[in-house]
Ligand binder design. Sequence first.
Ligand code: ZN
Length: 399
Amino acid sequence: MNLPLEHIQLAVRDSQSALVDFTQHIVATPSLPGQEGDVAEIIQNEMENLGFDEVWRDPVGNIIGKIIGGDGPTILLNGHMDHVDTGPQDGWPYPPFSGQIVNGELWGRASVDMKGPVACMIYATSLFKRLDLKPRGNIYMTVPVMEEIGGLGTQHLITHLSAQAAICGEPSNNTLRRGHRGRVELRVTFEGHSAHASAPHLGVNPHYAAAKFLTYLPDLTMAFDETLGPSTVVPTLYATDQLSPNVIPGRVYLTLDWRNIAGEAPEDIVAKVKSLVASIEDLDQNVTVVVKSQEFTTYTGLIREIPAIFPSYLLSEEDRFVQAAHQALVTALGRDDGIDIWRFATDGGHLMTADIPTVGFGPGDETLAHTNQERISLVQMEEAVVAYFALTTALAEAA
Ligand SMILES: [Zn+2]
């Protein structure tokens, strides 16, 4: 199945206008987490029309397309269909669900993160069918739900799909990525004793314990990784169990956003915060530390409780999949952009927890994700289709 690169590039050029139409269509279809039903249907139809051997929807609403290959290794591609909110729509230079093209860039929420990359992966994998090529092994093109709120979709995917290697298609400006820090949300509860605010001596005000804890928090020694940098922790949300301003609360709840390096497990993080609490003199109130957990409802109507854990991961630069991907990109793109890491967490962390080695690659400027300037270069998208095809082939050869 050694087709000359020019042949692939020509086929990609031929389908570029269909790719752009499809991307505009899905960008114009809002799909906040839990509301992905409409876009899922469009994606499923497109994959069926492009000739995938099987296309189905799993119970949480993920769309999966399969291309049947030989007996070789299975390769999985992953790109989520949900997106973050637009914020005030009048802050956008072009309407966020317009998919408008201006100066060779397609505008709109999710164009970069990550409907543009998803469209490119779908077009790249379907090339095997359109060019009548049989891949070495099966290919799963997976489009999960609810990545932006913790990866419910991919966490479900890995319970019923396995693969020898994967590509996480999050935007990377068409350069190779091999990992990122993770994110763990903690809730620290300070237990006091509620009382009338006019009689403070009758209560135990938990605000003081929280304040004391916060003054010591920056002294924590954080883990460090040469590639990923240090872990970080910041207090974000703060709440009490009361609504009235004239009542001493019985409890206060503090949320900590912890960005962890690979190998630093959620249990280690909880233990670290607990030992900080224990080390603080006179922090005599009850303090509990847990990983936050929240219930979500999928658009298919399932209710799932998901802990706020976004795993960190890091493949070595010498890893055989990283090396194979790097070589494939140098050949397919005609330049060497090196190997980097992402600054944000992705569903790749969930794939890695299922022991699926995952490389990262995607079109689009990641610094535009989650902003009202979000737009993707059509030239980069065309290049990405060629690159995804090359990566899929190279990973199967390296497995
Ligand atoms: Zn994303």
